[in-house]
Each structure stands twice: as structure tokens, then as C-alpha cells.
Ligand binder design. Structure first.
Ligand SMILES: *Cc1c(COP(=O)(O)O)cnc(C)c1O
Length: 368
């Protein structure tokens, strides 16, 4: 029995991806072991945080780094850092930034909700959000004209949640920031390439520790030395309410060190999803095939097309029946509006593809 079942909670089969609502990631034995050992011992936290900074620097190509409890905390902490710097009296005043250089410029199409709103995370760090342009069209002039002597940073959100068309590019935003000597912060929470934006010239990049990295609940900030020292110092201020514990910092370090050696296991993914598809293709009204990730990542999902007339149920109802069952099965549903559900093989534990196939079969037999 799983730990959560033993607490009387419903068992979950996660076939949707790295979802905070489902517990984000399941770590490897090596990471779990590191977390366990860290929990049962003591350390000088300031030293651990600084050491984590060197590991973050090594894996991102940045000058320095700062571990956080999540990417969301990373946004708040980096905002506080660009406003209060390393000055204790200001750090302790945050998020009240009255009279300080506190404006954070963001494109309107980047004002998104990832489970919490970017806007609120910036405000938590004392930032005054200056939203520029329109939801689907932002021009360089919108950004240039918003810059003033109150500007603390330019903020970019790299995410599938953000509007993809009509926005000013990362390259251009960095160029504008550099021209005006304003720090450029990028939220790259779910990105897989930890080096890309630092290489492009970002002053600060924020990542999640529980998404691409598949570490414990955590996050990290990387970037310029001065700014990272300022980020770490925010743990004497607003950062204290976002404390990242010794065990999660240690798990984060272990995950970062494992990351370069992580394999995609493409053959295993395809084999498991083929077996699922073979099983589902026996059912009338379902058509299952293997599809590579839209963004070209090494993810091979099973894509299930539901023909409601033949299956006796539409994709949306099937999705809800799976989610409300026991175990609760969560599929990826980006295309449910056109009758498509997908199974992400990465978060699936051993043998769960068979449970999913059997459950779908059972539901369809029931509605027939
Ligand atoms: C997931 C996400 C976050 C938050 O990451 P956490 O580590 O869960 O706090 C922030 N920004 C974007 C764009 C995200 O996708």
C-alpha cells in the first residue's frame, strides 16, 4: 500500500505530467535517500545555502545561485532582491517598498496564472507590477516607454501558459534591459534547459525543482553574483515565510547533480504506450496512437481519440469518470475539446498503463 493510501487518501495514477495539484514529481531512490539522510542530521544552514549556490552555478553556467522552496518563491525572492538589495533595513521592510525603485515591467500576455498568479508573486516581493501592451500584442515601444527611474526590473515569463504570439522576444527584452542597465528576470519554471537564458544574458533565471528537474518540492534562482547574494539575504526578510528546509535543499543538490546523466528512456516510453494502445484499439470507438510532444521534447504519449457515437461516451465524460474513480486516474487533457485524451508515460509507475487500459475498458463496457 502506498503512503497516501495508508493515510486514507485516494490513490492517484498520474498520467498527465508534472502537476502541482497531483504532487508534481516522484523522485529517484538516490534523491529520496539524500532527503532522508539530510532530515536526520544538522548543518549550518547559511553554509548549505551557499554551497547549493555553487552547485546551481555549476549546472546553469551562472555566476551564483540561490535555492528556494519553489519557483513561485523564486519570483518573490528575486523581486525583493532587485528592490531591497542586500540592505537589511530595506529587506525587513519588504513587501512595503514605498519610496523605493520598485516597478517591475511585464508584458500583458505574460500576466498568467500557473496555479497562482505571476502578478501576486511579484507583489509578495514588494514589486509594483507595470503591465504593458495588450493581451495579444506588445511592441518594443510599449516597454521602452514604461521604463523610468522607478523601474527595478524587466520580467519575462517563458511558459506554455503565456501568449506565444505578438509578444516581444526574450532576446529583444534582454537587449532593452541591458541598454537601460535594468536587471532582466526570467521565469523559466518548467523549462528543461537550465543554461539557455543565462547564456543569452539574463541577470536572473528562476526554475522549479519539481518540474523538469524532477527533484523534491523546491526551486532555484541563478544569475549574477551580486543579485544572488541579495536573493540569499532575503531569507532574513520575506524569504523567511518561504523557507526551504535542509532536506529539500539537499534533495535539490542531488537532483541537479543527477540531471546531466538522466536518460529519456524513449524506447521504454514507446514500448509501454504501444502496449496501452494495442489494448485500447480493441475497443470500438477508441483510436490510440503514439505522438511525440508538440514542443519536440523526448516525450512519447499515447493519444486516445474518442468517437462518442461509437464509444457511447465523449472524451470529456470519460476524463471525468477516470478522475472520479478509485484509483483516481488523471490523463492529459489539452485537446479534450476535440475529443482527444493523452497518457504521459513519464510519471507512470510500473504497470500503471495496464490499470489505465483496464479502467477505460470497464467504463466503456458500463456505458454501452
Ligand atoms: C509551475 C510554474 C511556476 C511555479 O513553480 P513552482 O515550483 O510550482 O512554484 C511558476 N511559473 C511558471 C510559468 C510555471 O509554469
Amino acid at each position: 500500500m502506498g503512503i497516501y493510501e495508508s493515510l486514507g487518501l485516494r490513490k492517484v495514477i498520474n498520467a498527465s505530467g508534472k502537476m502541482t495539484a497531483l504532487g508534481a514529481s516522484a523522485v529517484t531512490d538516490k534523491i529520496a535517500e539524500a532527503v532522508k539522510n539530510a532530515t536526520q542530521d544538522y548543518v549550518e544552514i547559511d553554509q548549505l545555502i551557499e554551497y547549493a549556490g555553487t552547485v546551481i552555478a555549476e549546472h546553469t553556467g551562472a555566476e551564483d545561485g540561490c535555492p528556494t522552496s519553489s519557483a513561485a518563491a523564486g519570483i518573490a525572492i528575486s523581486t525583493a532582491a532587485v528592490i531591497a538589495g542586500k540592505k537589511l533595513s530595506l529587506i525587513e521592510k519588504m513587501p512595503n517598498s514605498d519610496g523605493l525603485k520598485n516597478e517591475i515591467i511585464i508584458q500583458k500576455g505574460h500576466q498568467v496564472h500557473f496555479g497562482g498568479s505571476i502578478d501576486q508573486m511579484i507583489r509578495l516581493g514588494g514589486g509594483k507590477v507595470i503591465e504593458v501592451g495588450n493581451a495579444n500584442k506588445v511592441e518594443v515601444d510599449h516597454i521602452q516607454e514604461a521604463i523610468s527611474d522607478k523601474t527595478a526590473a524587466i520580467f519575462y515569463v517563458k511558459s506554455h501558459h503565456a501568449v506565444q504570439k505578438g509578444m516581444v522576444s526574450v532576446e529583444k527584452m534582454i537587449e532593452i534591459a541591458q541598454k537601460h542597465a535594468i536587471p532582466f528576470i526570467i521565469d523559466a519554471a518548467a523549462e528543461e534547459d537550465f543554461k539557455k537564458y543565462i547564456k543569452m544574458g539574463a541577470d536572473i533565471a528562476v526554475y522549479s525543482g519539481g518540474k523538469a528537474l524532477e527533484g523534491p518540492t523546491s526551486g532555484f534562482i541563478c544569475g549574477k553574483k551580486e543579485l544572488m547574494e541579495a536573493c540569499r539575504k532575503q531569507y532574513k526578510g520575506v524569504g523567511r515565510a518561504m523557507k526551504v528546509g535542509k532536506e529539500n535543499i539537499t534533495g535539490l543538490i542531488t537532483a541537479l547533480n543527477e540531471y546531466p546523466f538522466k536518460e529519456d528512456h524513449v524506447e521504454v516510453q514507446i514500448e509501454r504506450m504501444t502496449s496501452l494502445c494495442n489494448s485500447l484499439n480493441e475497443i470500438e470507438g477508441l483510436s490510440c496512437s503514439i505522438k511525440q510532444d508538440e514542443a519536440g521534447r523526448a516525450i512519447y504519449r499515447a493519444q486516445i481519440e474518442v468517437n462518442p457515437a461509437k464509444a457511447g461516451i465523449d472524451a470529456e465524460s470519460l476524463l471525468h469518470k477516470l478522475e472520479s474513480g478509485n484509483p483516481a486516474i488523471y490523463l492529459r487533457h489539452h485537446y479534450v475539446n476535440i475529443g482527444i485524451l493523452s497518457v504521459d508515460p513519464r510519471p507512470l509507475l510500473e504497470g500503471q498503463e495496464t490499470i489505465i487500459a483496464n479502467e477505460i475498458k470497464r467504463i466503456l463496457a458500463e456505458v454501452k
